[in-house]
Design a protein around this ligand. Sequence first.
Ligand SMILES: [Zn+2]
Length: 227
Amino acid sequence: MPTPSHPQIRRDIIAACLDMNNTGLNQGTSGNISVRCNNEMLVTPTSLPYDETEPEDIVSMQIDGEYGAYDGRRKPSTEWRFHLDTYKVRPDISAMVHTHSIYATTLSMLRLDIPACHYMVAAFGGPSIRCADYAIFGSAELSENVVAALQDRTGCLMGTHGMIACGADLKQAMWRARELETLAHQYYLTLQSGRDAVILADEHVYEVRDKMKSGYGIWNQEPTQDS
Ligand SMILES: [Zn+2]
């Protein structure tokens, strides 16, 4: 077997999967992660426990190649479509994290968008984090719904399913996944209070977004994946 491409990124993907499960962001093999390397997408395989996953198990797909074709000894995640379709239309995104984290999934079961109930919503690009319409996992319809919900955003909920966080690299996508779960938790708690959260005006959200872009920690870091 030829040497797999991008060995360090493969190891980074596995480390991120293990981190996601060890920190409670995901459970079992329900989540999946992908990273774009030029015209190649590296994605977690289907149904393989992360602690048994080796770099050779990460699956390679060509972003502009034959649709659905893959290279590797495992089949890609059943959710490969929404990863691949997003990369096709979003040059700003080079890593995606999908999880069934508890609070983001809870809001997705209520089919709620997350409004600008906290300024960190701005870290996802605009005044709300949308909830994509439901469609069965792995389907072209789900992928379409996800791409629509991600328009001008770097994260979304997925109706009655879970969430997606995106980034310019894997580190940024993982950061957003943790932030999205925290926001979902906080918004869920405000809903329990019986009072309405105060929602920031759009102009305040965009003000925060622009300030973050011009010098806010991880947002501003250069993408790290080049190996
Ligand atoms: Zn899922």
